[in-house]
Design a binder for this molecule. Structure first.
Ligand SMILES: CC(C)(COP(=O)(O)OP(=O)(O)OC[C@H]1O[C@@H](n2cnc3c(N)ncnc32)[C@H](O)[C@@H]1OP(=O)(O)O)[C@@H](O)C(=O)NCCC(=O)NCCS
Length: 146
């Protein structure tokens, strides 16, 4: 099986968001502000021809100016049966390559507490205390320079 990462469309990311990140919520919850803006990029990892993982970066200034980067990572997910194969890292590589091309200093995200070890392993830093996002649960702000 070969894995490839390419840039994809909003319509392509939405079904995977639904089954990984918005489970049990209406399909409309998979369309986010900024999804179709200039400066937004969606990436998908394909196992042969099947889309099995997704990530999005979009321009969104963090509330805390100390983070000094306007590029936000959202919608990072890999289908359960494809996890721990390095695909999440491939998606992050594509996001950081995009940041470099766009001359953006780094990437920040609201990381689910359950996903913190994944971001830690990639070299992200944690900013502040854990906080609650309604419906979704506890998160940390995390960031990494490109
Ligand atoms: C978080 C997620 C995207 C990681 O994707 P993945 O393809 O499994 O990640 P990788 O295989 O690239 O993992 C790279 C490294 O991160 C760390 N890591 C990843 N998942 C981990 C876990 N559940 N627990 C501990 N460490 C983990 C490991 O160090 C791993 O390397 P290793 O497998 O050689 O030990 C995936 O678990 C997922 O989709 N989770 C559900 C959705 C979600 O929570 N998304 C994040 C929203 S903020």
């Amino acid at each position: 099986m070969s894995f490839t990462v390419t840039q994809i469309t909003t319509d392509q990311v939405r079904p995977l968001r639904h089954v990984t990140l918005r489970v049990g919520q209406p399909y409309e919850s998979t369309l986010w502000a900024g999804d179709n803006d200039t400066g937004t990029a969606h990436f998908g990892v394909f196992a042969d021809s099947a889309l099995v993982g997704i990530a999005t970066v979009m321009l969104d200034t963090p509330k805390d100016a100390h983070l000094e980067t306007p590029l936000r990572l959202r919608g990072m997910a890999v289908l359960p049966e494809y996890r721990r194969k390095g695909l999440g890292n491939l998606l992050l590589d594509a996001c950081f390559a995009y940041a470099v091309v766009e001359e953006i200093k780094g990437i920040w995200c609201n990381a689910r507490v359950s996903a913190k070890p994944f971001y830690d392993a990639y070299g992200f830093h944690t900013h502040g205390e854990a906080f609650e996002l309604p419906i979704i649960g506890p998160h940390y702000v995390m960031w990494k320079m490109a």
